[in-house]
Design a binder for this molecule. Sequence first.
Ligand SMILES: Nc1ncnc2c1ncn2[C@@H]1O[C@H](COP(=O)(O)OP(=O)(O)O)[C@@H](O)[C@H]1O
Ligand SMILES: [Mg+2]
Length: 271
Amino acid sequence: MSFITIRNLHASAEGREILKGVDLDIEKGEVFGLLGPNGHGKSTLLSCLMGNPRYEITEGSIKVDGTEIVGLGPDEISKLGVFYCFQNPPEVQGVVSMDFYKAAINAHREKRISLPEFYSELKGAYRAAGLPEEMMERHLNEGFSGGEKKRNEVLQMLLLKPRVAMLDEIDSGLDVDAIRSVGENINTLGQQGTTFIIVSHYARLFEEIHPTRAAVIIQGRVALTGGPELIQRVDTEGYGFLRDEYGIDISRGEKRETIEDPFAAAMRGRK
Ligand SMILES: Nc1ncnc2c1ncn2[C@@H]1O[C@H](COP(=O)(O)OP(=O)(O)O)[C@@H](O)[C@H]1O
Ligand SMILES: [Mg+2]
């Protein structure tokens, strides 16, 4: 059995099925790329791996290092060493960043971390994430720029040193230097044995981190798996080749109602 084994995973949100039978195997120490057009279920899959209660798993299994995690809450999954870098990190008013990090670290250890050790870890993580130390006193993500929020997610990953780290479009909105910094941090943790699942639309980040394999998610299923060359191909060609060469339907499954922008409608009425 693989380190992460996902079998026939079906998941719904608000009564709509989003994942329709995902099968995926990821080995320990892999840097696994998760690709796919917008809205096909990548974030939903990672949310299910983290036990997000907004998604109902109706069928299937997810095992991490032999432990079934379907049915476990995010806190329990987190204690197994799974970490999720949010695509859109939430702002948490009234919670001071460093207090939150200390609580998070302590929740993952038997004995509480000593203050000197905590400060030394924290300062090291701020340096590595490329954020000023003063930010440790600010409320979590409150008023942070898009790039700062992303770096702050990396900071938390460095502090928690997860066994499995899932990064969801961590590179979107980051400048080239920031992407390089994220890549270096991924490599550092990777050398310590962390397994990565990385969602990204661009080859740029992957060029920094030597991915092992990749899968394309289409309509809530794994449509294709391959090596690093698959990432390169998607980056240069998009997803059209899935349809042309493999006959995979890459449309968005369900038809959505188009809701007309009332402003545009009013403008047209005036003409
Ligand atoms: N909490 C939710 N409630 C309702 N629909 C959702 C929810 N989360 C995701 N979806 C829908 O599920 C589909 C897949 O979303 P997502 O997993 O975010 O896609 P991706 O990350 O591949 O862009 C989209 O159509 C999205 O609108
Ligand atoms: Mg997403």
